[in-house]
Design a binder for this molecule. Sequence first.
Ligand SMILES: NC(=O)c1ccc[n+]([C@@H]2O[C@H](COP(=O)([O-])OP(=O)(O)OC[C@H]3O[C@@H](n4cnc5c(N)ncnc54)[C@H](O)[C@@H]3O)[C@@H](O)[C@H]2O)c1
Length: 328
Amino acid sequence: MREKTILVTGGAGYIGSVCTELLLSRGYHVIVLDNLQTGHRKAVHPKAEFVKGNIGNKSLLGRLFNGNSIRAVIHFAAETLVTAANTRPQSYLANNLVQGIHLLDSMLKYGCRQIVFSSTAAVYGEPNDVPIEETHDTKPLNAYGDSKLMFEKILTHYGNAYGMKSIVFRYFNAAGCTENYGELHNPETHLLPLVLHVPLRQSDYINVFGDDYDTRDGTCIRDYVHVSDIANAHLLALERMKDLSNAIYNLGNGTGFTVKEVIATAERISQSTIPVRIKSRRAGDPAKLVASAAKARDQLGWNPICSDLESIVESSWLWHLRHKDGYD
Ligand SMILES: NC(=O)c1ccc[n+]([C@@H]2O[C@H](COP(=O)([O-])OP(=O)(O)OC[C@H]3O[C@@H](n4cnc5c(N)ncnc54)[C@H](O)[C@@H]3O)[C@@H](O)[C@H]2O)c1
């Protein structure tokens, strides 16, 4: 039995693959549980133990918890496409909530009482104040955000009633790549990889939804955090879990970049021109979504070191250049 075994759900996905890589480098033994519905087998680090399966499969979970001394679970697995969540809420609620509860129940049954959970800025909906603090009202605008908020509440109940310790991270926009692992969703909906598709010759232009917002250049401002900084927060959470429990932290860089700034940086780094098509605003897209991450800095000692736009875009560009065909 190994003492430092962590179960990473969704470890074949974007953020999970980077976090697994970091945990392994710090001497943890990692078991990745992923059904590969959006993940990639080759995104699982060769030193991790890979189990293909569902987070709601109780007999599989029983075997995993019985056969390994799992200290904590880092729970990334989820359905994540915001627009699809409104047309297929059943699937989102079944996966992100119901199966998540099966995971929690198996953890309790086998005495594993520590979980780090990936939540999202989508729990806030349209903000009244920016930068957004964790105490801001939560009014999700879609089933995805609702499923995450409901799971946060379930964690609170499991903490109060059964002693489950949880740390919840509300990520803003994860971006950037490491040398080996990167952002690869299908369909891709995130701005930076979509922008890079143009210099990679995978699309001819980038759509920009609205250039008449009340921002410095008229385009929306979003808060991008390097995926390595996000992974590092998870490491801190594992180390501090015994003192901090049922805690919720925003992970963002606190400043935010406009869509045009992201495109201009991508043009400079890829040394290409990226044609833009201006479209009308999308419903439910606020002008500015920026986190206050003061709580994570103060309590966890989280110090994002590569979340400047240059590092984010450059790391992403280099990874995508080396992975034009994805992980194949
Ligand atoms: N990427 C972002 O900017 C962002 C922002 C906010 C929150 N999040 C959250 O972070 C987490 C990871 O996001 P990501 O971008 O890496 O997504 P991803 O789609 O790349 O990874 C999710 C992984 O979970 C797996 N999975 C899904 N349902 C499963 C199930 N029932 N059983 C087993 N495996 C399952 C998928 O196969 C995939 O490998 C998600 O919970 C997401 O909601 C991401």
